[in-house]
Structure formats: C-alpha cells, structure tokens
Design a protein around this ligand. Structure first.
Ligand SMILES: [Zn+2]
Length: 358
C-alpha cells in the first residue's frame, strides 16, 4: 500500500512538473534562520512578500528536504496595513477612561533599564548558567511586585516562568501575555530578540500590580524559543493534558518589540482570528501612536503552539519588512533599540488585557 501511495505521489509530481517553477502550488516560508534561507533560496521564486508573509513557488530543482521550511498556502493568508478606528459611544466620552490612565503609566526608561540588565548577561542561550541566572532574576522581580511565581521546566535547567495575579471573580478565565527570555547566544546581545519582549512584560506587570483584575492575568516568560519553541510547546501541552487550555481567553506573544523605523507594529495570527487582530488595531488607534499591519498565517514564535490548540492568540512584533539588521547577530545590543516604540507596544497590549478584563 505504501509503495502504491509513493508511486501515485511520484506520478502526481511528474505530471505536475511544468517548466520552472513547479506546478501552481504556493508555499509560505516559515523559517527565518539564515542557514535555512540559504538552503531555500536557489529553489524558490518569490510571488509575494510583505511583513512576515512570504509566498513562494518551487522551482523544478527543489529537493524534498526543503519542504520542512515551507507550508502549503491555505488560501486565506494575507498581510495588509490596517487603519484602526475608535468609535466611542456618547457615554464612553463622558466617562473617564480607566484604561487610558493606566496605560499612561508605562515608562520607557523602565523598559530600557531592563533590556540593559538582560543584555548584561554574557549569554541567555537556553540552559546555560547565565540563562538560569537571568530566569532567577526575572522571577524575583515578579515576586517582588507581588505576583505568584512558579517555574515550569521543559527539561532540568531549562525553565520558563509563570507569574500571575488571580482574578477577583471566580470565572476562571485567564488572560496571558508572554515573551521569550532566551537568546541565540551571542555575547551580551539579544536585546531586541528578545530582552525587549521580556522587559515589556515586566513593565506591564509593574503598571498593573495594584490593579484589581476580575480575570486572572498571567505573565509567561518562555525559555528555549530559539531552540524550537520548546518552553511554549511544553506548557501548551501541559495545559492541554490537564484540561486547562480552555481557560485561556486571550494570549498575546511579544517577540522583538524594540527596533523600529516606521512606527508600524505587525499583528500576526491565523486567518480565523482576523477580527481579533482588527480589534487590536482599533485599540492601537485609541491608546497608542502605532500604525498596524495585520498578517494572517502564523509561524516561527511562541504563539504558534497556542494557536494550534485553538486559543485566540496574537503575536506583536516589529514590522518584519524593516526588522532589525542585527537579527540573531552580535550587534543586537540595547543601544540599537527605540524605547518609546517598545513603550507603545506595552500600551497596546495592556489596553487589550484591560479591555478584556472589564
Ligand atoms: Zn525571538
């Protein structure tokens, strides 16, 4: 049977082979590792590229082993600038907006200090001694702010942090914000990727530490993202195995939120959550100076394991078309970041959490 399948598959491929490129099949590139891209580049032709969405066709020469870096296009992937709108009702205009006053407390200097602190470890590569020290330090910060802190390790010595503030009403719904603490391991680097996301988590936690939340607010500092989303995959599976995954009403991932040249934040999720992304865009118009680009077709960061388990999840990330030139390089240092941009992303994600809590 297997042989028959292979034969039919082979025949199908043979019949599909036209002149270059091969067939009419479109694929989305789902890797950003330079090594993978080097392997891909002779065998693909770009059809469309905007932000995080890169659509290609395969050339006849394409070997099968590159298919792991590609995903067949489902037909609903897209990437577009979205102008958020905020239409407030009369009653909202009369009232003081409590979200606005909390969001105003975000301080870019706090974010800068934490990015500098995180980049002062020689490396934050998952599982190294310095990575463990950084995890301990960040766990301590959450704990000092009054959060209930636990570690969850995908293997001994490689741990993520869960810091939460239980909701006052017993609904059991959880709003979760996450970002990875590990780096690819360049010395004293990983400022944008992803000390920025971790620092913004700490800043959001600081701003709402005395806020009386109705739903549980959880900060998840992931580890092992750069090794294949290890901490996030492990935790998503753990929540699913213990029947707790459905408690997650919203998950926000922050990965690379510090480098900016055009004021655009990319909002990435899967096509089924397009409305959620547009809602974020409306919040951006109301509470921040950011412009938004919506990308449907999620890949390559810690939001993916949660989307795969049907949790409404969204990634906020700097516009991938103009991402840091120091991506995964030793020059990804704190002085290259734009802290007022990172603060705007903190405001956006805070406004989302607070809006869902009201
Ligand atoms: Zn990252």
């Amino acid at each position: 049977m297997k042989n028959l399948t292979l034969l039919l598959l082979g025949l199908g491929l043979f019949l599909n082979m036209g002149p270059s490129p091969r067939g009419n099949d479109f694929f989305q590139v789902i890797t950003s590792h330079p090594h993978d891209l080097e392997q891909l580049s002779p065998h693909i032709e770009t059809v469309y590229q905007n932000g995080r969405l890169w659509v290609v066709q395969l050339k006849v020469s394409a070997p099968k082993n590159i298919l792991g870096h590609l995903r067949p296009l489902g037909g609903h992937e897209k990437s577009y600038l979205h102008l958020g709108q905020w239409i407030s009702s009369k009653s909202q205009k009369m009232k003081r907006d409590p979200i606005k006053s909390l969001v105003a407390k975000v301080d870019q200097e706090e974010i800068r200090r934490d990015v500098e602190e995180l980049a002062s470890y020689r490396t934050r590569a998952a599982g190294t001694a310095d990575n463990q020290l950084a995890v301990k330090a960040v766990a301590g910060r959450f704990s000092d702010m009054g959060y209930q802190v636990n570690e969850i390790c995908y293997r001994p010595g490689a741990c993520s942090i869960i810091a939460e503030k239980k909701g006052l009403t017993s609904g059991g719904e959880v709003l979760m914000i996450m970002g990875h603490i590990d780096s690819v391991g360049e010395d004293f680097a990983g400022a944008d990727d992803n000390a920025s996301g971790t620092a913004v988590l700490l800043e959001m936690a600081r701003v709402i530490k005395d806020y009386s939340n109705k739903k549980t607010i959880r900060f998840f500092v992931t580890n092992g993202e750069e090794l294949g989303l290890l901490g996030a995959k492990h935790y998503a599976k753990h929540l699913s195995d213990t029947n707790k995954i459905q408690e997650l009403a919203l998950v926000i991932n922050m990965d690379m939120v510090g480098y900016n040249s055009n004021g655009i934040v990319e909002l990435e999720t899967n096509p089924k959550y397009e409305k959620l992304a547009q809602w974020f865009s409306d919040l951006a118009a109301r509470y921040t100076t950011l412009k938004t680009k919506i990308t449907l077709g999620a890949w390559g960061s810690d939001h993916v394991p949660f989307l795969e388990k049907n949790v409404p999840t969204l990634l906020t990330i700097e516009d991938w078309s103009t991402k840091t030139p120091c991506y995964h390089l030793a020059c990804d240092t704190p002085d290259t970041l734009n802290y007022s941009y990172a603060a705007e992303i903190a405001k956006l994600n805070l406004s989302a959490v607070l809006s869902k809590d009201i």
